[in-house]
Design a protein around this ligand. Sequence first.
Ligand code: SF4
Length: 483
Amino acid sequence: MNTKEMEKNPMPFDGLHEECGVFGMYDFDGGDVASTIYYGLFALQHRGQESCGIAVSDTSGPKGRVQSYKDMGLVNEVFTPEILGKLNGDIGVGHVRYSTAGASTRENAQPLVLNYVKGTLALAHNGNLINANELRHDLEYTGAIFQTTIDTEVIAYHIARERLNSKTAEEAVRRAVAKLKGAFSLVVASPRKLIGARDPFGFKPLCIGKRDNAYILTSETCALETIGAEFIRDVRPGEVVTISPEGGIQSDMSLALAPEKEARCIFEYIYFARPDSHIDGVSVYGSRIKAGRFLAMDSPVDADLVVGVPESGNAAALGYSLQSGIPYGTAFVKNSYVGRTFIKPKQSSRESSVRVKLNVLKEAVAGKRIIMIDDSIVRGTTSDRIVKMLRDAGATEVHVRISSPPFLWPCYFGTDIPEREQLIAYNRTIDEIREIIGADSLGYLDVERLEELSEGLSICKGCFNGIYPLEPPKEDIRGSYEK
Ligand code: SF4
């Protein structure tokens, strides 16, 4: 294979991708935060594997001094002890990224650092805005020059602009985020405060933690456990929190909606978040177990073994097994070391994209009727290969159960669910999909079950039923800055 034939692709499979993970920290005792941010980002690596970065500053130093480092690659590829050693400061933010809007380039890596008349801001953002184009054009017509093609820079400019007419940095953040439409969980390090904001729908998670005299804002609770911090609480949908030694944790709820209007991304529970995280008080692992139980109740089938497609299918498979009494087993061995520079095999090559990531344990499946649980089917290009791998390993029957409903609509809020025409479930019956993927039977989670996964918390189901919490854009604007 020559280099022209090689195609570099970070995630050569049919799965979905989260856009980002964020981590901010302020140590009131003045200790350096960069190495803790590094470990926090490491725990959030599943939320984005394309690029990462850390920006820190010293709250007792000059207001404009932010040191930052970001690059393409995994957290442990980008940061060395030497680089971390040069990032000195007691306040900072970090970010891991997968791009759903804005190209995958170093310029688009975060955090963004913005110098303006009141000092320096460092920002990290998770989510997608649906009015970023309008906001960007307004800014461009009044002289703004953009360095990147990501929504985050639009937010940064608005905060800087609002800061000129606001008494405090948090007031500027609140005024700026009031203009945003879409999904955002944001952490901002101002010269003397750590500020977090979560959009009124609460699409993406954000929580607060504490370790000794240091406070943390991060996407998932698993990152708090990794660094030995205690969980304080979730940032509520529509809340702006400000953390400083003078005020402790201050809350502004002026953008909050009625609880029934909130719209958490249900895919955080089904797939994106780590199973050891809790989002808004609900265990991600518990949700997945429940999804498996519901599949066993609603789509029962006689079989010898229930297996999960790693990782997020595993807990749902255990749930199916607990409910049905059919033994749970391991059928796949996963190679998790697929980094950014992974070279995707050519179509004609004998190495298959799926097999370099997953192998079947023949001893576990040979001669058995298998129930295989996966979290979703997007285009269907992976499912047929996994089913075939099980058959090639000697499975006598393969029954596929999916721990989410069929995808019928795209997502505009930070998940890369594509246009309808590319979705296998669009315009097809369940039996037609079953035939395409080569399964003996196929069952999806009933859309009516989704609220039970979030224990009654209000959720977004747009990609399943086309009813979005916000009017979707007339045209698909995702990534349109590049067009
Ligand atoms: S449309 Fe689907 S993927 Fe997008 S935010 Fe809503 S539930 Fe999540």
